[in-house]
Design a protein around this ligand. Structure first.
Ligand code: T4K
Length: 373
């Protein structure tokens, strides 16, 4: 371990403190600090415009909109999902009393493999919950075609996909509902926070009821809702961060360009390339270690980097399907999920954020290259 500042996988985008102070004073003056206040309303409108979608409903994190999406669509039975994600994706299915059914991923994208979805559909299947992992778009056209043919709902966990566009159109328009995470570690953050994206005001109204205990009026509860309202302080924080998110994404882009350029000749290390026509958000920079070709295991490299003060992360290892609540499901068997297991066993997400210095990027690259020698 060196004495230098650790190089962490990410660093939060923070608003200018004086500007935030100004908004805090407005909130203090108004004495309205939560429950659909003016900053909450302003952030929902600003996000809908930025994300090019019809409606946005803010949540207090990125997990509760997943739970609420399944509630809103009244999903019961089996939900087809990916094991290669953060554990919240599958937890949301379990919390709704549904059974997760894991389907393998396509190694070209890391996302649910459309070729494998149909064989997992049974008479009990009610929905598909794919994840745009690392912000890389799922094959939404094929997933929708399968869902339509079998009468299934599609809920995208778009926690990583803030601002991602395909052919100039938001990826969040796909499926019945999409959810976002605004956690501190995300491209756009409200400290903790999240949102649901829906296609019509009637659905937004229903979701807004459900995130407020199901209250439709002072005296009427229309569903078994939950409390998942974002407060005014974090909404104001989000409004300020939205102003600088494009610059943050561009800074991340430059880091990705340098990583790719320097790693292209490193035997045994591979990474994803940008997809033509896609606006990427560079939320993560996963690399995959081929132990035989690189001459060192993924874990050996991971710990070697840590010794140098470089704290990448093995997102998403272990696979969700290997965690104790899920490992006994028939669909969790490793032989059923070869590609997901291979990715989980070889991935390291390199440090990637808007203020990663050139020196830090070069140190990461040098550490990888010298590990191989
Ligand atoms: N669906 C998907 C696909 C998701 O990836 C996630 C969350 C969700 C749903 C659920 O959304 P939320 O309910 O969380 O909104 C992080 C995040 O906690 C989690 O939001 C995220 N995905 C997951 C992939 O990663 P950790 O445990 O790895 O974060 P942590 O605390 O180890 O932080 C990583 C690094 O970030 C630190 O080493 C330094 C830096 N950091 C972190 C924090 C919290 C900071 O510099 N400042 C900070 O305040 O889980």
């Amino acid at each position: 371990m060196t004495d230098q500042k650790p190089i962490t996988v990410t660093s939060p985008l923070l608003p200018d403190l004086d500007s935030f102070d100004g908004l805090l004073r407005e909130i203090w003056d108004s004495k309205w600090i939560t429950n659909n206040g003016s900053f909450h309303q302003r952030l929902e409108a600003a996000l809908a415009e930025y994300l090019k979608v019809t409606c946005v409903s803010l949540f207090t994190n990125g997990t509760l909109p997943l739970l609420t999406a399944l509630q809103a669509l009244d999903i019961q039975g089996e939900v087809i999902t990916t094991p290669y994600s953060f554990v919240a994706t599958t937890h949301s299915i379990w919390w709704n009393g549904c059974q997760p059914v894991f389907v393998d991923v396509d190694p070209a994208t890391g996302n649910l493999d459309p070729d494998r979805i149909e064989e997992a559909i049974t008479p009990r299947t009610a929905a598909i919950m794919p994840v745009h992992v690392y912000g890389r778009p799922c094959d939404t056209a094929r997933i929708q075609e399968i869902a339509d043919r079998h009468g299934l709902k599609v809920i995208y966990d778009a926690a990583h996909a803030f601002g991602v566009e395909v052919g100039g159109d938001s990826i969040l328009k796909a499926g019945d509902l999409s959810t976002l995470s605004f956690h501190a570690t995300k491209v756009f953050n409200t400290i903790e926070g999240g949102a649901m994206v829906m296609h019509d005001p009637a659905m937004k109204k229903r979701i807004d009821f459900l995130k407020n205990f199901g209250f439709a009026s002072e005296v009427e509860v229309v569903g078994p809702g939950i409390n998942s309202k974002m407060d005014e302080v974090r909404s104001a924080f989000g409004l300020l961060n939205l102003r600088q998110v494009d610059a943050a994404i561009e800074a991340r882009h430059q880091v990705a360009v340098r990583y790719r350029e320097a790693l292209k000749d490193v035997e045994g290390i591979s990474c994803f390339q940008d997809i033509p026509g896609v606006r990427h958000n560079y939320s993560y920079f996963p690399v995959f270690v081929d132990e035989k070709k690189f001459g060192m295991s993924r874990d050996a490299l991971y710990f070697k980097m840590r010794e140098q003060g470089i704290y990448g992360r093995r997102y998403f290892y272990p696979l969700i399907s290997s965690f104790s609540p899920y490992r006994d499901l028939p669909s969790a068997a490793p032989e059923h999920l070869p590609q997901a297991n291979k990715m989980a066993d070889s991935v390291i997400c390199l440090p990637m954020h808007h203020e990663l210095s050139t020196e830090a990027v070069e140190k990461v690259l040098q550490t990888i290259k010298s590990a191989q020698l």
